[in-house]
Design a protein around this ligand. Structure first.
Ligand SMILES: O=P(O)(O)OC[C@H]1O[C@H](O)[C@H](O)[C@@H](O)[C@@H]1O
Length: 644
């Protein structure tokens, strides 16, 4: 496949990707990396730059954060305001020297060359021989940077699909494209898992309460079906009118077992309501998949016009800005609002490639991530958005980062002897404060990303309150980082009159690092910025650690074993003796199969029922037909007995 760049433009709209205030930090673009060969490089931990940081970490271990954060000059230095975003990293356990040494490490690891290679479409995902071009998904049509993959201009490809999506989604929203029985398509069900689900759901949750989003989505519902658990199907279909439902199958490969079973289930659901006619599928099912899955999409019964392609050079966890996110979001919120997400992501792409280290938000966050993990040995990290609409951001970051940097070898195939790949988790504030913050304050130390907004999507002031509810939320955003950094000493507790016996239980050691990101408002544009910011943070860490952050071989083994288990389960349910690879798995399988068989002797397995909960179908304004339980599809009736 491999790609070259046509035109020779810079990765973003401004002339040089290597702008740096400190000329000694500027990396020559001639220092290009050859991704067609597996390099034989020493581990980064053997470099003098790494060793200098290890030495420096010993000094930092002696310093308490509360002594660092009282230094006015340092606090001034350790914040950035760019594109409306403020990053304050003064509560990280870093000094000017730390940042200089990290810059040296970044330079030694050719960070900027690697970034540029990514933007230009070099095959940096070399184990799969693929380019990594999610930045091209938000390129301007007339971008001077024209990566070419498989002979195709990537930016032209992207814009041709975006136009197809705009036309299709506008026509659906205007009622020109309808369902099989002529009804408007107002219920959208997006079927997908992993990267084909988490990012789009995160965007949906943000836009749901965004004022423009609220208006645009009036009369529409968007649901995500990801888990192969039949209960997820039940929940998804509950009270939906199939005649008004459009199913989007989002799967890059169009082979993922869970997605394809759910896709077949949803196809059957449509047929069971509207008749077993191929036109039901061609009018109610669309696909977002990679061009290499074209035949599979056709074989499913999906028409060409309803196929929105993306490309092998878009990784699943980096695919939100492709058709995977564009189709469901544009159907419900309109293409224009989705375009604003792309604008925000593009502005972050430009920021990332153009800005010098000390003004570069993703670069600073990535390098501090490396510092915390590999040198200060914090192997966890938490994302704490003080915005309920970001409730799915932690789950998205979890996949993005843990699938990207959860690796054990370098690009040269050498085992790493340093810590890489944090465990990422999170929850919106203030809810998180009432669940796991006890551990953050007194148990294990976990670096925190606090994310807050100057304005709420929709603020409230209750009569008699001096502050708005958003101000109230933000007081916590400001207070928690100080509590983590400063802690509380025994002497301070004594002064407050705390009894001596309680003091050990109420002492906070502090010295717990965090960073604070403050954005203007959770709009479509700013959510696009956040999305790209975290994608780039992950890339920075992988580049410095010398990993391939863009493959995911780690998910394959379990998938393969599940296929083997399926055969064993079929045999067990047919009354044959289960032969398993080890006694532990055999015991579990025997227990499962025997329990099922016993159950069935006394009680027939319960049949699933669509719309079981019997709520009013809001999208139909409470149509009585859907408030009742719809008929059970015939093929699913037999499902409980099929395995016998
Ligand atoms: O989009 P699909 O091909 O269905 O893949 C869905 C997901 O499953 C895979 O196992 C990977 O872990 C994810 O990176 C991917 O996003």
């Amino acid at each position: 496949m491999y790609s070259q760049v046509r035109g020779g433009g810079s990765p973003a709209s401004t002339p040089s990707p290597n702008v740096d205030t400190n000329p000694s930090r500027t990396i020559s673009l001639t220092n290009q990396i050859n991704y067609d060969e597996v390099p034989d490089l020493p581990l980064v931990s053997a470099t003098p730059e790494w060793k200098a940081l290890e030495e420096h970490a010993k000094e930092i271990q002696e310093t308490h954060l509360k002594d660092l954060i009282i230094n006015e000059e340092r606090c001034e230095e350790m914040h950035v305001v760019e594109d409306g975003i403020m990053l304050d990293y003064s509560r990280q356990r870093v000094t000017e020297k730390t940042l200089d040494l990290l810059a040296d490490l970044a330079e030694a690891q050719l960070l900027r060359s690697k970034m540029t290679s990514m933007y230009r479409g070099a095959p940096i995902n070399f184990t799969e021989k693929r380019a990594v071009l999610h930045t091209a998904l938000r390129s301007r049509k007339d971008s001077p940077l024209r990566p070419v993959v498989d002979g195709l201009d990537v930016v032209d490809e992207v814009h041709s699909v975006l136009e197809q999506i705009k036309t299709f989604t506008d026509r659906v929203r205007e009622g020109e494209i309808t369902g099989y029985t002529g009804k408007q398509l107002r219920n959208i069900v997006s079927v997908g898992i992993g990267g084909s689900y988490l990012g789009p759901e995160f965007l949906h949750e943000c836009l749901k309460t965004e004022p423009e989003g609220v208006n645009a989505a009036l009369g529409y519902t968007l649901r995500f079906l990801s888990n192969v658990d039949p209960v997820d199907v039940e929940r998804t279909c509950s009270e939906l009118d199939p005649e008004e439902t459009l199913i989007i199958i989002v799967s890059k490969t169009f082979t993922t077992a869970e997605t394809m079973l759910n896709a077949r289930t949803m196809r059957q659901w449509l047929w069971d309501f509207m008749g077993n006619d191929p036109e039901v599928v061609s009018k109610h099912v669309v696909a977002c998949a990679s061009t290499s899955a074209t035949d599979k999409v056709k074989n499913f019964g999906i028409s060409d016009d309803y196929f929105f392609r993306f490309w092998d050079w878009v990784g699943g966890r980096y695919s939100v800005c492709s058709a995977a996110g564009a189709v469901p979001i544009s159907l419900v919120y309109g293409f224009d609002l989705f375009s604003k997400v792309l604008d925000g992501a593009r502005s972050m792409d430009e920021h990332f490639i153009q800005k010098p280290l000390r003004s570069n938000i993703p670069m600073l966050m990535g390098l501090i991530g490396v510092w915390n993990m590999s040198f200060l040995k914090y192997n966890m990290r938490t994302t704490l958005p003080y915005a309920e609409a970001l409730l799915k951001l932690p789950a998205h970051i979890q996949q993005l980062d843990m699938e990207s940097n959860g690796k054990h070898v370098t690009r040269s195939g050498k085992e790493v002897d340093y810590l890489v790949g944090e465990v990422d988790f999170g929850e919106p504030g203030t809810n998180g404060q009432h669940s796991f913050f006890q551990l953050l304050h007194m148990g294990q130390a976990v670096p925190c990303d606090f994310i807050g907004f100057v304005k709420s999507q929709n603020d409230l002031v209750v009569d008699g309150e001096t502050l708005s509810s958003h101000d109230e939320l933000m007081t916590n955003f400001f207070a928690q980082p100080d509590a983590l950094a400063n802690g509380k000493t025994a002497d301070e507790l004594r002064e407050e009159g705390v009894p001596e016996w309680q003091i050990p239980h109420r002492t906070f050691h502090g010295n717990r690092p965090s960073m604070s990101l403050l954005l203007p408002k959770l709009t479509a544009f700013h959510v696009g910025q956040l999305l790209a910011l975290y994608e780039h943070r992950t890339a920075v860490q992988g580049f410095v650690w010398d990993l391939n952050s863009f493959d995911q071989w780690g998910v394959e083994l379990g998938k393969k074993l599940a296929v083997d288990i399926k055969e064993k389960l079929v045999e067990g349910r047919a009354g044959k003796t289960i032969v398993a690879d080890n006694p532990s798995t055999k015991r579990l399988l025997d227990y499962y199969v025997n329990s099922l068989n016993e159950d069935e002797e006394t009680e027939k397995r319960k049949e699933p029922e669509w719309g079981k909960n019997g709520h009013t179908n809001t999208s139909r304004g409470g149509d009585a037909r859907f408030a009742r339980q719809p008929p059970l599809p015939h093929n699913l009736r037999d499902r409980g007995t099929k395995l016998k």
